[in-house]
Design a protein around this ligand. Structure first.
Ligand SMILES: [Zn+2]
Length: 453
């Protein structure tokens, strides 16, 4: 019995140590270089305390609390005195670049025909200027901590991305939006401090900690979005159901817009006649979309289609698409005989041989097309037998003239690419008692949390 208890206790200890996390210790902060301006010609550096300014030759320039910088005929002037780039500004108080305060120091380097301004600071201070742009401070603390850990992991994984330009990360959404001290928030500061140095690893490597807004119940496999395979970025159900402002969305795209999208995807199919889901993942995200038009059909990735259409318009790949109709009233005319080799459906559609109801029915039920084509052809040549007027369509469907613009309705759920952590999902989990370690363990299965050393 004693042996059994011992084995149980030992297995619990072992399970505890293997589950995701090693205890946080005070980590030495790592410096990151953030490009906050590029190609500048002039600007002001100032601080509440006297600034220490050194130039390329190690010379100290006396600038007091304010340095007005100006490039004049390729020469840098600091308060009117000639200086050589790079310049470095340090101070006991935060340093402002053009009125906006930053922690750490500022360095100026030549950049194209101007100069770049690079904020050098420890990664923890950097996160304080990032997190508020990524997450709402009013959210539960564990969701904020999860966001702090993935933002830290992302920053250090991506460090050096702008190495050729003289900094690690830019301050736009290209890397992570960074606003310096102006974006700091006491609650987010706490989330950063309480996860100090902690990052997500897969094996010995920093993990790809992608995230997005709202998974609507499922995450996506990275292979169906950007390609490649990572065992911790897979298609998984979310453990807790949740409702968000993005739970449901709708977008109507015209034939013309859709044609442009397909052209942009280098998959031109002419005027769009039909859009069909060719493949879905286990979470019902559209992974392949088949688009049929007057000059052929093409299959595109759901994610590529979304990006080409606009990721704020088609908010996710979790959608259904249906033909909606047009605003142009129908004016049917009798069809003319087909020429050899022509697609009867396309020609008859162009001629307005089908009623709006028939077109909609064909779009929804492709198997009925053959019968409709036969009927339309039977009507052809008999100019005395007009096509019956289209019955009134239920709103929001519109009549389809065959020549006017047609619309396709997309009805979807969630927001974002679906890979990695769902921010609204993390919020829901934290509201259900999950801590940030469990949240990260769910969205990045098989990863561990480790402290930066
Ligand atoms: Zn960048």
């Amino acid at each position: 019995m004693k042996t059994l208890k011992f084995i149980l206790a030992l297995s619990l200890i072992l399970a505890g140590t293997s589950c995701l996390f090693s205890k946080p210790v005070q980590a030495s902060p790592r410096l990151v270089r953030i490009g906050i301006a590029t190609g500048a010609q002039s600007g002001t550096v100032e601080s509440e305390a006297p600034l220490r300014c050194t130039d390329a030759g190690g010379r100290t320039l006396s600038v007091g609390r304010r340095a007005i910088l100006e490039l004049s005929a390729g020469r840098m002037l600091v308060n009117g005195q000639a200086a050589s780039l790079p310049l470095e500004f340090q101070g006991a108080q935060p340093i402002k670049w053009n009125g906006r305060p930053y922690r750490g120091s500022l360095s100026l380097f030549p950049y194209n025909n101007g100069f770049s301004v690079v904020n050098v600071l420890d990664v923890e201070s950097y996160l304080r200027g990032v997190l508020k742009i990524e997450v709402n401070p009013a959210w539960p603390m564990e969701a904020l901590k999860a966001q702090a850990v993935i933002a830290r992991t992302y920053a250090l994984r991506q460090a050096g991305r702008h190495g050729k330009e003289g900094f690690d990360l830019c301050s736009t959404t290209h890397c992570q939006a960074y606003r310096g001290m102006a974006a700091e928030d006491p609650k987010l500061d706490r989330a950063i401090a309480e996860t100090r140095g902690i990052m997500v690893f897969y094996g010995s490597q920093l993990a790809h900690t992608y995230y997005f807004s709202d998974g609507a119940g499922w995450t996506a496999d990275v292979s169906t979005v950007w390609g490649g395979r990572l065992p911790y970025l897979t298609c998984r159900p979310e453990p807790v159901p949740y409702e968000t402002p993005h739970s449901r969305w709708k977008a109507s795209l015209s034939q013309e817009t859709l044609q442009k999208i397909m052209n942009a995807l280098k998959a031109p199919v002419g005027t769009i006649l039909e859009i069909r889901t060719a493949q879905k993942d286990s979470g019902n995200r559209v992974t392949l979309l088949e688009v049929r038009g007057t000059s052929g059909s093409a299959t595109v990735k759901g994610h590529s289609f979304r990006m080409a259409a606009g990721s704020n318009l088609i908010r996710s790949t979790l959608f259904d698409v249906a033909f909606a109709g047009t605003g142009v009233p129908i004016s049917p005319s009798a069809p003319v005989p087909l020429k050899a080799g022509e697609d009867p459906l396309i020609v008859l559609t162009r001629q307005g041989a089908f009623s709006s109801t028939e077109l909609m029915d064909m779009l929804l039920h492709p198997e009925k097309r053959e019968d409709y084509i036969k009927k339309a052809l039977a009507r052809g040549g008999d100019h005395q037998a007009p096509i019956p007027a289209a019955p009134a369509l239920p709103a929001p469907a519109r009549s389809f003239s065959g020549t006017g613009p047609a619309f396709f309705d997309f009805q979807g759920r969630g927001w974002g690419h679906g890979v990695g952590l769902s921010q609204w999902g993390a919020k829901a989990l934290s509201e259900n008692g999950w801590d940030y370690r469990a949240i990260l363990g769910h969205y990045f299965p098989g990863t561990t949390l480790q402290v930066l050393r």
